[in-house]
Design a protein around this ligand. Sequence first.
Ligand SMILES: *Cc1c(COP(=O)(O)O)cnc(C)c1O
Length: 366
Amino acid sequence: MNIPFLDLSFTYTTLQADIDAAVARVLSSGYYIMGPEVDDFEAAFAQYCQADHCAGVANGLDALILSLRALGVGAGDEVIVPSNTFIATWLAVSQVGATIVPVEPDAATYNIDPNRIKSAITSKTRAIIAVHLYGQPANLGPLKDLCRTHSLALIEDAAQAHGARYAEQRIGSHGDLVCWSFYPGKNLGAFGDGGAVTSNNPDLMQKIRVLRNYGSSKKYHNDVEGVNSRLDPLQAAILKVKLQHLDIWTEQRQKIAALYKSELADTGLVLPHVPQHTVPAWHLFVVQTEQRDALQNALTDRGIGTLIHYPVAPHMQVAYDHLGFGKTDFPLAQSMADRVLSLPIGPHLTMDQAQTVCAAVKDVAV
Ligand SMILES: *Cc1c(COP(=O)(O)O)cnc(C)c1O
């Protein structure tokens, strides 16, 4: 039996009639840039996220870049980011010309450790970007306290956290600006690129709306040097259909995560830890072991797909050679890169398949 890590066509085949109808509606509308489909999805997604505002953008990286720009962060400013994250979090900071200040995670949750942030704050620090890594909300309470005390902006990279909750409230407006990706493999994925920013701050959101559309709030009148980073109405229409099914898909992820947690408890693998005040979206189910490569190879031999998120920590990427970081500068991020393995999880995976994964892991785990 083959158990794929991901099956991107699953959501299309389950919702084919509705998605085909949405696509046909956009194609026959004559509206191919912005317009009512984008407005409708923005309203629906803001409501889903318990946020006052949503602005669609072209992708998750742009959501982060435009958020930093809306806050006026640029050259000479420092931004605190997790040492262990997908490269996009770091790229956004360097793209606006600001300085990347990495901070190590809490070893139990893999999310940025608020206790380590204080010593990284200087007079140049302008913002913290917290990443809800693997769909597990970062420790937002202490992060918000730090930002209030030191007058910093809190940006959330929520690219992996659609539907997750912190202190009973959905991710979407805890921080100043919350950045989303609708890359196909995310929990809410488009059939192409897409992204959004949600927030309760109308002034910042107005800036993002202007920046994403050539710096223009009135056609052919450009107030700032903006970019072209708009959410495609075809993707918006598709995302609006999919949003109605997101909670069901998240429930399936939660059931699989619960099964993995109980079935794999005695295998010696380090399993995800969920703090009491959070409900993860389970974008990924990540285990840790010294024998990671052996475990991955054994599962591959049994037809079970796994991936590594991420095999190279940002500070060791060739792209950031010029920052001069070495392997030992961020030991927690480094140890994750050496030890993490993501097991299959998602709406495409049946409980029987998840059981098969458990049996295989138990069989080979050392
Ligand atoms: C996917 C992802 C992004 C970037 O999203 P794109 O839409 O691919 O630009 C940013 N941050 C994190 C944590 C991600 O997982």
